[in-house]
Design a protein around this ligand. Structure first.
Ligand code: HEM
Length: 414
C-alpha cells in the first residue's frame, strides 16, 4: 500500500469550500471513481459514478450499522430507524415503509395535497408576497399528517412545521441551526411517541392503511412491536422527508423562472411534466452523498476497502457526471426522453432497489408531489417573481435559493 493511501490528506477544508461539488471536482481532476481522503480526521473512501454505485449498493460489501455520524442522527435521522439496519432486520422494516407506497395511497396523498394547494392559494391572493419554501412546507405538513392518520390541530401546524423544517435544515450545520434541529427532533419524537402510545392503548384509531397505524402496530421478525422510541423515529421518517419535498418544489418553481426554454416547451406540450421533474431532481443539489461502512475487505479498481472503513457515494456528482449526462450543468428536461432507466446512474434519492436496498422509500411520493406542484404552479396560478437573491450556494447544506423564493401578485387562474 502506498504512503498516500495509508495517510490520505484531510479534505475538510476543500469540502467546506467546494460543498456539493467537492467530490465531483476531485474525481474529475484525478480521473478516478474512487479515492481515499480524511474528513474531520476520519478516513473515508469516496465513490463516484454509475459503476461505483453498483458496488456501493452491494450488501455483501457494505453495511449501514454505525455508518451515520451521531450529529446527523441527533437532528435529521434519529436513532434506531431503518437507515441504520442491515440484512433481514432491514428488509422487514423496509417492507413496512413500502407497504405505505401503493398506487392508491399515493393517489390519496396527491389529492389531499392538491386540496391544500387550493386552500393556500386563497390565502396567498390576499397577501402582497409569499415565501414559497415556507408556505409549501406548511401545506405539505398539513397534507402528510392527514394522510398518515396523525391528528394536527390548527394551532399546532406552525410548531410542527417549524420542527420538521429545523431538522431538515440542521444536518449539515454547526451552531444555532444544529441546535434548533436537535430541539426540533427531541420535541417531535416526544409528540410522535405520544401518538404511538395512544394508538396502542386504543385512544386513537387512525385509518387502516395509514402510516401511523401501520407503524404503531408493526411487528419485527421476532413478533415484537417496535419500542416506542423507534416507532416514533419511523413515523417521523415519513412526515419529515415529505415536508422536505418543499425544497424540490421550490427548485421546481426556480427552474420555471430561470429556464424559460424548458418552461416554454412544457407549456406548449412539447415537453413532459414528468421529464421536467426528473431534471429538477438531477440538476439541483439535495443530498450530497450516501454513507455506509465496508462490511468485509475487498479491492475495487486497485483501491483496498478495509472492513469497518467509512465510504461515501457521491449522489450529487453522479447526477452531474459528464460521462452520463451531456452538458450536465444545463437544465434540459428533454434529456430524460432518452434516459435508460438505470437504477445506478440517476441517484438523487439513492440507487439500487427500493425494497431490497436502502434506496429512498419515499421516491415515488416525491415525484408525485412534485408533479402535482408543477401542474398547480403552471395551470392554477399566476404570479410574479420580484427581484430577490435567488442564488443557490453549493456550500450551504441543504441547498436552497437564498431568498427561499418570494412570489408576488399571486392569483388563481380562471
Ligand atoms: C432514504 C433522499 C423524500 C423516506 C433516502 C436516501 C436519500 C433520500 C439520499 C438514502 C439512500 C441511501 O442511503 O442509500 C430523499 C430526497 C427526498 C426524499 C432528496 C425529497 C425530499 C422522502 C420521502 C420519504 C422518504 C417523501 C417518505 C415518505 C425515506 C426513508 C429512507 C430514505 C424511510 C431510508 C431507506 C432505507 O434506509 O432503506 N432518501 N428522500 N424520503 N428516505 Fe428519502
Amino acid at each position: 500500500m502506498s504512503a498516500a493511501r495509508s495517510h490520505p490528506t484531510d479534505s475538510t477544508v476543500a469540502l467546506l469550500r467546494e460543498g456539493y461539488a467537492f467530490l465531483l471536482h476531485r474525481s474529475e481532476r484525478d480521473r478516478t471513481d474512487v479515492f481515499e481522503t480524511r474528513l474531520l480526521g476520519v478516513p473515508v473512501l469516496c465513490l463516484h459514478g454509475e459503476e461505483a454505485a453498483r458496488v456501493f449498493y452491494d450488501p455483501e460489501r457494505f453495511e449501514r450499522r454505525g455508518a451515520a455520524p451521531s450529529r446527523a442522527q441527533k437532528t435529521l435521522f434519529g436513532q434506531g430507524g431503518v437507515q441504520g439496519l442491515d440484512g433481514e432486520a432491514h428488509r422487514a422494516r423496509k417492507a413496512m415503509f413500502m407497504s405505505l407506497m401503493t398506487p392508491d395511497r399515493l393517489r390519496d396523498l396527491a389529492s389531499l395535497t392538491t386540496a391544500q394547494w387550493h386552500a393556500a392559494a386563497v390565502k396567498w391572493e390576499m397577501q402582497d408576497r409569499v415565501v414559497l419554501l415556507d408556505e409549501v412546507q406548511e401545506l405539505l405538513c398539513r397534507a402528510v399528517c392527514r394522510w398518515a392518520g396523525v391528528p394536527l390541530t390548527p394551532a399546532e401546524v406552525t410548531l410542527r412545521t417549524a420542527d420538521f423544517a429545523a431538522m431538515i435544515d440542521s444536518a449539515g450545520a454547526v451552531g444555532p441551526r444544529h441546535w434548533r434541529g436537535r430541539l426540533g427532533r427531541a420535541r417531535a419524537e416526544r409528540w410522535a411517541g405520544g401518538l404511538i402510545r395512544q394508538v396502542r392503548a386504543g385512544d386513537l384509531d387512525p385509518a387502516e392503511a395509514s402510516a401511523l397505524r401501520v407503524i404503531a402496530l408493526h411487528r419485527d421478525p421476532a413478533g415484537a412491536l417496535l419500542d416506542e422510541h423507534t416507532a416514533a423515529v419511523e413515523v417521523l421518517n415519513v412526515l419529515r422527508p415529505t415536508v422536505a419535498v418543499a425544497l424540490y418544489v421550490t427548485f421546481t418553481a426556480l427552474a420555471l423562472h430561470e429556464s424559460p426554454e424548458a418552461r416554454r416547451d412544457l407549456l406548449s406540450g412539447r415537453g413532459a411534466g414528468e421529464h421536467f421533474v426528473q431534471e429538477v431532481r438531477r440538476f439541483y443539489p439535495f443530498f450530497p452523498f450516501a454513507l455506509a461502512k465496508v462490511r468485509r475487505d475487498f479491492e475495487w479498481r486497485g483501491q483496498p476497502f478495509q472492513r469497518g472503513r467509512r465510504a461515501l457515494l457521491n449522489l450529487y456528482g453522479t447526477n452531474h457526471d459528464r460521462r452520463l449526462w451531456g452538458d450536465p450543468e444545463r437544465f434540459r428536461p428533454g434529456r430524460f426522453r432518452d434516459w435508460n432507466g438505470s437504477a445506478y446512474n440517476f441517484i438523487p434519492q439513492g440507487g439500487g432497489d427500493h425494497v431490497q436496498g436502502h434506496r429512498c422509500a419515499g421516491e415515488w411520493i416525491t415525484i408525485e408531489l412534485m408533479q402535482g406542484a408543477l401542474r398547480f404552479l403552471t395551470e392554477e396560478l399566476t404570479y410574479a417573481v420580484p427581484p430577490q437573491d435567488l442564488r443557490v450556494s453549493l456550500t450551504r447544506y441543504p441547498a436552497r435559493p437564498a431568498s427561499r423564493l418570494v412570489l408576488s401578485g399571486v392569483r388563481r387562474s380562471g
